[in-house]
Ligand binder design. Structure first.
Ligand code: ZN
Length: 56
């Protein structure tokens, strides 16, 4: 049934899911229940520091 948020693990289909490619073909798209989790995940992973700005 539902997919889990990459960041917090809750069911994204209860919210407004956000899907994002992190820019690598080997990496499956991440999915988040909202933009808050997306932003938190990006900060935690340090993705803002380098390669991608595509999610904006
Ligand atoms: Zn979440």
């Amino acid at each position: 049934m539902g997919a889990d948020c990459t960041y917090c693990g809750c069911d994204i289909e209860r919210h407004e899911p956000v899907f994002v490619s992190e820019g690598s073909v080997e990496t499956p798209p991440s999915r988040f229940c909202n933009y808050g989790c997306l932003a938190a995940h990006i900060e935690e992973e340090g993705l803002t520091a380098g390669t991608t700005c595509e999610w904006r």
